[in-house]
Design a protein around this ligand. Structure first.
Ligand SMILES: *[C@@H]1O[C@H](CO)[C@@H](O)[C@H](O)[C@H]1NC(C)=O
Ligand SMILES: *[C@@H]1O[C@H](CO)[C@@H](O)[C@H](O)[C@H]1NC(C)=O
Length: 348
């Protein structure tokens, strides 16, 4: 009986691995060549934000490591603020045990507009060995922090093994989050969103920090500094868009040109192939969406596009009806007796 079950588990996990691999190939083929963008050296667009000594530049100045140890995390910030832009980096996440560690790649103006800040987030929620990594995107406009717009996903690859490109496009018309060249989320600005659509100048941030009390299952897993330092690496740095003086708030004269260039860029167009890849990604890897969380938002916020085939996968809590393949994984780990690690997956 037990052996039989083990075999089934083995079969189902290897077939889901195969599907995962196939799907990765399909996603990659569907969208074609990466974006045509210029990569910056660190000093050309960014500066050290916090964590003395825990930001380490590569000898050629094009890459940077952000470390978290028991004394501090670390971070960097773009030297300019942008009013609309394309923000991108290839990121490699800390390997092995990183529960409680959060790596964030985001735009914000919280330093300039404390009460009415805007923010666009990629958050990588730390992991325990052998689990699938989970990432979160979020959007806040004009201090709308009481109206979270979170979505959470797993990935079709292990983000600790190699660099993958994560990008945020922000224009006056829409916001697109990309993983490599797959758009994973689009927010189209609508009149009804009002100030909830981010519109004030923002800086780009990258940080690594101890989120023991926040990220991993409500703090059940603390950062374990036995595995420190936790190292995240950033390269292929891209900043495009119009830089704005935060004090004067007057866009530089060239802004309209830069905004047109942004809207005309390759990454601003969701081609039919990209749209298909986005659908597939969301169908397979999204495991929470605020748009389907009817307990929180009985009427979904105005920008939500309700796709019936997508909606039917979710309960009224915005979480998946069935655990999907990661539920099976946690069961599997029970079998190889890593004990309570299955409790880690409470989001499914
Ligand atoms: C890439 O961008 C550069 C500069 O914007 C342009 O000159 C070049 O033609 C572009 N290449 C392709 C393949 O589109
Ligand atoms: C942003 O919030 C402030 C303070 O609540 C409000 O006065 C302002 O009108 C809002 N702006 C937009 C564009 O909604």
């Amino acid at each position: 009986m037990a052996r039989h079950e083990n075999l089934l588990l083995l079969l189902s996990s290897s077939s889901s691995l195969l599907l995962l691999l196939l799907f990765g190939v399909v996603l990659t083929c569907a969208v074609g060549a990466p974006f045509n963008v210029t990569h910056l050296a660190f000093h050309e667009g960014y500066s050290h934000l916090f964590g003395e000594g825990n930001l380490v530049r590569s000898p050629d100045g094009k890459s940077v490591r952000l470390l978290l140890d028991r004394f501090t995390g670390s971070g960097f910030i773009s030297s300019d603020l942008y009013q609309y832009g394309f923000f991108s980096a290839a990121i490699k996440l800390p390997a092995d045990y990183s529960a409680g560690v959060v790596v964030a790649f985001y735009t914000s103006n919280g330093d300039v507009f404390e009460k009415t800040h805007d923010e666009l987030d990629f958050e990588f929620l730390g992991n325990i060995r052998g689990k699938q990594w989970r990432i979160q995107t979020n959007v806040y406009g004009n201090g709308s922090t009481s109206r979270g717009r979170e979505e959470r996903y797993t990935l079709w690859f292990d983000p600790t093994e190699e660099f993958h490109q994560y990008s945020i496009l922000w224009t006056a018309k829409n916001i697109i989050f990309y993983v490599d060249d797959v758009p994973i989320r689009e927010v189209v600005r609508s009149e009804a969103m009002g100030g909830d659509y981010p519109a004030k100048p923002m800086s780009l941030y990258a940080t690594i920090w101890d989120a023991s009390n926040w990220a991993t299952n409500g703090g059940k897993y603390k950062v374990n500094y036995k595995y420190a330092p936790f190292v995240s690496e950033f390269t292929n740095l891209v900043l495009q868009g119009c830089t704005v003086d935060p004090i004067q708030q007057l866009p530089a004269a060239t802004c309209s040109e830069k905004r047109s260039a942004l809207e005309a860029a390759d990454y601003a167009a969701i081609t039919p192939a990209r749209r298909a890849a986005m659908r597939k990604f969301r169908q397979r890897y999204m495991y929470y969406s605020y748009c389907y969380d009817l307990l929180r938002y009985p009427v979904p916020p105005p920008e939500c596009v309700i796709i019936p085939s997508e909606k039917q996968r979710f309960k009224d809590s915005g979480r998946l009806k069935f655990g999907g393949h990661h539920r099976r994984h946690s069961k599997h780990r029970n079998h190889v007796s890593e004990g309570s690690s299955s409790e880690y997956q409470s989001d499914a």
